[in-house]
Design a protein around this ligand. Sequence first.
Ligand code: BES
Ligand code: MN
Ligand code: ZN
Length: 502
Amino acid sequence: MDISVKTTSAASQRSACLVVGIFDRRKLSSAAVELDSASSGYLSSILQRGDMEGKVGQTLLLHAVEAIPAQRILLVGCGKEKDFTIRQYKKAMAAAVKSLKDCNVRDAVFYLADLPTKDLNQAQRIKLTAQAIHRGCYQFDQLKSKNGKSKIALQKAVLNVADKHQLTKARLAVSMGNAVALGVNTASDLGNLPGNICTPSYLASTAQKNAKRYPDMKVKVLKQKDMEELKMGAFLSVAKGSRQPPRLIVIEYNGGNKDDKPVALVGKGITFDSGGISIKPSAAMDEMKFDMCGAASVLGTMVTIGELKLPINVVGIVPTCENMPDGAANKPGDIVTSMSGQTIEVLNTDAEGRLILCDALTYSEQFKPRAVIDIATLTGACVVALGKHPCGLLSNDQALAQELLDAGTHSDDRAWQLPLWDEYQDQLKSNFADMANIGGPQAGTITAACFLSRFAKKLKWAHLDIAGVAWESGHNKGATGRPVPLLSQYLFDKCGKKYQLK
Ligand code: BES
Ligand code: MN
Ligand code: ZN
């Protein structure tokens, strides 16, 4: 997909399709006004007939409009102009892309990013527009045979920028949108791949392959022996229940100054979570192939920053293995010793994510990170509490938490904070070890984070529980690539004004 920016006039533009906005009710955006007068009032006559109100997401395709050189005009409903926010804008964009897809249009000129929204500036809107176009054209069909694959016609999108002086900034915005989209697609592809293909070794070789594209990126892959030497007893206890060997993937990106402290991203990489001996019920168990979406978001975000050559240091740490029932698997009641030396009673083998993450957090200490963010499909309780709109956020540092909340708002990939109060720590008491790996039926997302916090005492740390946002169920089943937009935005914000598109 080729996306570019240009200053053009709608009435004289040659293209397969011009995409213009209509506000509720029947109010023409400026590009629509231009087309309307060039076509002697054709657009307004159609609106008058009641074919379109301008509600968000409505579309109407017009063919061969007289005196207009473009082949088609796609009218897109943008909702009430006074409520026009980025959320509404994204809905309108998604509807536009879907409609272009449905009618096999090859190239289109969009006059939507020009419309002011209250919350973001034009460049920021252009970045999200590029992301929305890529997302709209994403499909995962690499495992379908020839007949199952469908072709997407849309290959070229031009975004109109009314003010010529904004073009340079708009170009940076497009390249950022492209880079985020590539990160999102990388994460989605990995998430969508089934457990028999996307194994821990597959994740490791993908990380290595990706890093070859970026000179500032290096990957190290630790194997079982290396982890035994590091005494990662919690991580290895999960891995030993599977025939797939575990991996600890370490991706170092050094785009900043040599002695700048890195941001560490730690992603849960359970390539399939059967629950282990505390086995899960079979309904929807296939979705537990998505239990590596935290890992996928780390690999995806590394691609985004590599593409943009961001001036920052980042280290991605991915503990990855399967959680399977086997003669050698963890059993309820087993006690394991983590890399930190703290002992853990495994009361439920299905609370495995925290067992692999705790050793990865301890491992991250050697990088002296300025902040550590772990990303994990950690608890079903998070889906119950927050649904699928925001991810859960818990942190031992309020400044870091606020930065992530803001990054979520600005990238429209939002997080919602839950408390990490000491009172909840009591739920992790064990009679036999330093702690249990579960905290009972109440506040499951919080007690999971409490568990992790015991391994993050020396760190400025935040935890994103992405169980609700990493994939969609039902007939749209598939990985979303979240929270790559949030993580990228957090890193952009660390790189100053230019990358904030201010
Ligand atoms: N990967 C799951 C969490 C999950 C479940 C995410 C369903 C999305 C949908 C995790 O490993 C898990 O099994 N967590 C348990 C924890 C419990 C045993 C304390 C859960 O949420 O049920
Ligand atoms: Mn589990
Ligand atoms: Zn899991």
